[in-house]
Design a binder for this molecule. Structure first.
Ligand code: PLP
Length: 441
C-alpha cells in the first residue's frame, strides 16, 4: 500500500516525469493532455505517488472512477482470480456468470421505473450512445433533447449531446442531427434568481419540446442528475421531477446519465435518488469498475427488449475481468458502508468550503452532494474567473494536492476524493486548498 502521506520532494513535474513527458510528446498526439502530468508509480487510499518520490493527496479519483479507492482489496482479489481463470470470451460468443451478476445487481439498485434489464459496455460515451439507440428503437422517433452545460462524451453522437465547444467539439463536426438543447436549471446563474430557476427551466424545456421541436418527433430527454464536466451543477430542487413529468406526459424516454454522479459518489447509489425520480434508462460507468473499463445501461425491461438480437453489445463489452472488478466494487461499498462515507465527506468538506467562501469574495458558490463537491471562482460581479481557477489548481498541484477544474467557463474547482481517503488527509487537503486560494486571490 502507498504511504498515506503528502510529500513533495522535487519540482512538479519532477525530473523523471519530465523525461517521460518528452517521450510522451514524441509518441502521443497533442490532443491528449494531462491535468497533473506526473507519472504514477502507485496509488491507494487517498494518495497518488509519482516516479520522482512525490505523493499527492487525491481529490480527483481519476475523474470519479476510483470511488472505492485505487486497487481496492475486493476489486484486486476478484479481478486477479478472474485473470487466472480466463481473460475474455466475448459475451456474444460465450457467456459467463459475472456479467449476469453485475446486471442483476444494477437492476436491483438503479432508480428505474418498473422491472429492469441491464446491458454492459466499455465507456460512459458508449453507454449513452446505446441508451439513445434503445430509446429510438423503442419509440420509433429520432429526436434527442439535452441541456446547456451537459457532457455526455467524446464520440461522434455524444459530442452532439455535449454542450461545450472547446475543447470537445472544435473541428470535429458535422455533428449528428436532431439534437435540441434546453437551458439547465443552474441556480447560481439563473437570470431571474434561484427561486424561479426550477419552474422557468421546466417551462423552457416544455416549450422547446412542444413548440419548437414537436413532442411527436422526440425519442428521449437526456439529463445528468448533477452535471459533471459542466461544473458540478446541482439542478434547482424540483427541476428533475419536473423533467420526469414532462417526459411522462408526452411519452418521451427519460435517460438519466449517472456516469459521473452514480455508484455511491453522492452518498446514494445513484444521484437521481436525492430527487426521488425514476428514469426510463440510466447510464453508469466511471465508478462502476473500480478503475477497470465497464459501463452499463439499465432500463425498463419493455424498452431494453426493443432492440433486436445482435443490436446491442460489442467485442469487449462486459469483459469478465471488468465484471469481476465491478462485483468487487459492490462488495467494497456494502462492506464499508461507503454511501455513509460519501455523505460524511460532504459533511466535512461543505462547512470548510463555506468558511473559505466567507473569507474570499472570489469563492462565488460552494455546491455538490456527498463526495462530489465544487467551488465556483468569480470576479466581484459573478463573472467567471478561469485565470484564478487555473492558478489555484496549479498551486495545489505544486503543494501536493491533486484537484481538477471543470465548468463551461473553466472557473470551477471540483473535488472527487476517493471514499477510501482518511479524515486526516481530507483535512490536510482542505488546508492546502485554503492556503492556495489565499495566496492566489
Ligand atoms: C465522463 C462522462 C461521460 C463519458 O464517459 P467516457 O467513459 O469518458 O466515455 C458521459 N457522461 C457523463 C455524465 C460523464 O461524466
Amino acid at each position: 500500500m502507498t504511504d498515506q502521506v503528502r510529500r513533495v520532494r522535487t519540482e512538479v513535474p519532477g525530473p523523471r516525469s519530465q523525461t517521460l513527458l518528452a517521450r510522451q510528446r514524441a509518441a502521443l498526439p497533442a490532443g491528449l493532455g494531462s491535468a497533473l502530468p506526473v507519472f504514477v508509480e502507485s496509488a491507494s487510499g487517498g494518495v497518488i505517488a509519482d516516479v520522482d518520490g512525490n505523493a499527492f493527496i487525491d481529490f480527483g479519483s481519476g475523474i470519479a472512477v476510483t470511488t472505492v479507492g485505487n486497487s481496492a482489496p475486493h476489486v484486486v482479489a476478484r479481478a486477479t482470480e478472474q485473470l487466472r481463470r480466463f481473460t475474455h470470451t466475448c459475451y456474444l460468443v460465450n457467456p459467463y456468470e459475472s456479467y449476469v451478476a453485475v446486471c442483476e445487481k444494477l437492476n436491483e439498485l438503479a432508480p428505474v421505473a418498473g422491472a429492469a434489464r441491464t446491458a454492459l459496455f466499455n465507456s460512459g460515451a458508449e453507454a449513452v450512445e446505446n441508451a439513445v439507440k434503445v430509446a429510438r428503437a423503442a419509440t420509433g422517433r429520432p429526436g434527442i433533447v439535452v441541456f446547456d452545460h451537459a457532457f455526455h462524451g467524446r464520440t461522434l453522437l455524444t459530442m452532439a449531446l455535449t454542450a461545450k465547444n472547446i475543447p470537445y467539439k472544435q473541428g470535429f463536426g458535422p455533428f449528428v442531427g436532431d439534437v435540441h438543447r434546453a437551458p439547465m436549471a443552474y441556480p447560481y446563474r439563473w437570470p431571474t434568481g434561484p427561486e424561479n430557476c426550477a419552474r422557468e427551466a421546466a417551462d423552457a424545456l416544455a416549450d422547446l419540446i412542444d413548440r419548437q421541436v414537436g413532442a411527436g418527433t422526440v425519442a428521449a430527454v437526456v439529463v445528468e442528475p448533477i452535471q459533471g464536466e459542466g461544473g458540478f451543477i446541482v439542478p434547482a430542487p424540483g427541476f428533475l421531477p419536473a423533467v420526469r413529468q414532462i417526459c411522462s406526459d408526452r411519452g418521451l424516454i427519460l435517460i438519466v446519465d449517472e456516469v459521473q454522479a452514480g455508484i455511491a459518489r453522492t452518498g446514494s447509489w445513484f444521484a437521481s435518488e436525492h430527487e426521488g425520480i425514476r428514469a426510463d434508462l440510466v447510464t453508469s460507468a466511471k465508478g462502476l469498475g473500480g478503475g477497470l473499463p465497464i459501463a452499463a445501461v439499465t432500463g425498463r425491461a419493455d424498452l431494453m427488449d426493443a432492440a433486436p438480437a445482435g443490436g446491442l453489445g460489442g467485442t469487449f463489452s462486459g469483459n469478465p475481468v471488468a465484471c469481476a472488478a465491478a462485483l468487487g466494487v459492490f462488495e467494497e461499498i456494502e462492506e464499508h458502508d461507503l454511501l455513509a462515507r460519501a455523505r460524511r465527506i460532504g459533511e466535512i468538506m461543505l462547512p470548510a468550503l463555506h468558511d473559505l467562501q466567507r473569507s474570499h469574495e472570489a469563492v462565488g458558490e460552494v455546491r455538490g452532494r456527498g463526495a462530489m463537491i465544487a467551488i465556483e471562482l468569480v470576479h466581484g460581479d459573478r463573472r467567471p474567473d478561469p485565470g484564478l481557477t487555473a492558478r489555484v489548481a496549479a498551486r495545489c498541484h505544486r503543494e501536493g494536492l491533486l484537484v481538477l477544474t471543470a465548468g463551461s467557463f473553466g472557473n470551477v474547482l471540483r473535488f472527487l476524493p476517493p471514499l477510501s481517503i482518511s479524515d486526516d488527509l481530507l483535512a490536510e487537503g482542505l488546508s492546502v486548498l485554503r492556503s492556495a486560494v489565499a495566496a492566489e486571490v
